[in-house]
Design a protein. Structure first.
Length: 203
């Protein structure tokens, strides 16, 4: 299906799922020392960064998940712009963590950074509570990839897993970046069989 064949009930998109590493441990420490406001400040400033980036590299800041975001980019995302954006995201989070969080922690987090998963495809649009909601395989796969980064990797922070389907669509524009093919088993995806995907260090 081409973009011209989208229907009002469908959306073709590239999905980015991002998650902040060690957020549960960080929040527990901040609660214990009454410093939760620092986490709120970090999230607000990170969201501001994403909104500003979204004006230059169009995407929809779709949903906040509590310790990350789901972001919808153009289906035919520009690979030459995508990876620099992800690198800026990782650097921005790292700076905010060093400035806002690390100075007030009693116990430093073992993993500091962001994990990311990406896929692209057709989403089904549902109107709920006066806003557009989406369901579909690309959302599920992006989230599963994000969660699978830590499998077989002791240092998952600031790394990305994307489907080979998406990689093949952007590889000509992203050839300067050193992707590595890896295998992961994604829960409730591909019948539990191992799938090949592409990994990139973005930090």
């Amino acid at each position: 299906m081409t973009r011209e064949e989208e229907t009002p009930m469908e959306k073709l998109a590239t999905v980015l799922s991002l998650d902040i590493c060690s957020s549960t441990d960080i929040l527990e420490d901040l609660h214990r020392t009454d410093n939760v406001a620092c986490w709120r400040t970090l999230l607000i400033q990170l969201k501001r960064f994403l909104r500003e980036e979204g004006t230059q590299f169009p995407f929809e800041l779709y949903n906040f998940t509590g310790d990350g975001w789901l972001i919808l980019l153009d289906h035919d995302v520009d690979g030459a712009k995508l990876i620099p954006f992800l690198r800026r995201l990782c650097r921005t989070y790292g700076r905010l963590y060093r400035e806002k969080i690390r100075p007030v922690l009693e116990t430093q987090a073992e993993l500091v950074g962001i994990t990311m998963g990406m896929d692209r495809g057709r989403l089904i649009k549902i109107r709920m509570n006066d806003r557009d909601e989406y369901v579909g395989r690309p959302l599920n796969v992006a989230c599963r990839l994000q969660g699978a980064i830590k499998d077989k990797d002791r240092h998952p922070a600031n790394k990305l897993l994307m489907t080979k389907h998406l990689f093949n669509a952007i590889k000509d524009d992203a050839r300067k970046w050193q992707f590595k093919e890896v295998k992961r088993t994604l829960r409730n995806i591909a019948g539990g069989r191992t799938v090949s995907c592409m990994k990139l260090e973005c930090g």
